[in-house]
Design a protein around this ligand. Structure first.
Ligand SMILES: Cc1cc2nc3c(=O)[nH]c(=O)nc-3n(C[C@H](O)[C@H](O)[C@H](O)COP(=O)(O)O)c2cc1C
Length: 187
């Protein structure tokens, strides 16, 4: 049986999606700046985060200078701010006033108070691709809003992440309902 008789069509777009979008923050010339990243990938079981950053992004200046950045998971409530961060550059617009900003252990990784999940990272490695940097960040500390926990565990349904579909779809989606499963109580 060939692929076509199985109803399979070769399709070149990225279909490993949807993924939750992130607002990545960095301090650029002493001004906190945030952009939307749609392809954020955890690895080493979440000890590191990886994403690709176009070299023309304003945020890149701060990441290179301080070797730190933050990853903030916005909720649906922040869609207006997300649209601004994903379409306007800090070169032209001051995006620092969109949010209440706080700092953790790293003093140069601005985090967003209104985002329910915040992760501060230090740069472990930067991969130099033609148009992009591959940024690998080591997670230094993570924070979550207390109201997003259920019995001490992260409850993603309380976070209301914004999921972004690629593969030509390019729309935002909400997280659906949990699939009930019998399981042992492990991480
Ligand atoms: C849904 C979505 C996903 C995006 N993903 C990325 C990405 O993975 N890498 C990137 O460099 N830009 C990405 N962008 C574009 C930047 O967020 C956008 O160009 C931003 O305005 C750059 O801001 P800056 O110049 O202040 O850094 C994405 C935008 C949107 C709306």
């Amino acid at each position: 049986m060939n692929n076509q008789s199985l109803g399979k069509i070769e399709f070149e777009k990225n279909m490993f999606s949807p993924l939750p979008i992130a607002l990545v923050g960095a301090l650029v010339n002493d001004v906190p700046n945030f952009l939307v990243i749609g392809y954020m990938c955890p690895f080493d079981f979440g000890r590191y985060l990886f994403f690709s950053l176009y070299k023309k992004r304003h945020t890149r200046i701060g990441i290179h200078e301080h070797r730190t950045f933050s990853v903030n998971v916005p909720s649906e409530e922040l869609l207006v701010e997300v649209d601004i961060c994903g379409s306007k550059s800090g070169r032209d617009v001051d995006k620092s006033s969109l949010f209440e900003i706080f700092y953790g252990e790293l003093e140069t990784a601005p985090m967003i108070h209104q985002a329910p999940i915040n992760i501060e990272c230090e740069v472990a490695e930067i991969l130099d691709y033609e148009q992009n940097d591959g940024i690998i960040g080591r997670v230094v500390k993570s924070y979550v809003n207390a109201e997003c926990l259920s019995e001490g565990k992260l409850d993603m349904q309380k976070v209301h992440p914004i999921l972004w579909a690629t593969g030509g779809d390019f729309n935002y989606y909400q997280l659906g309902t949990r699939i009930p499963q019998e399981k042992d109580d492990k991480d």
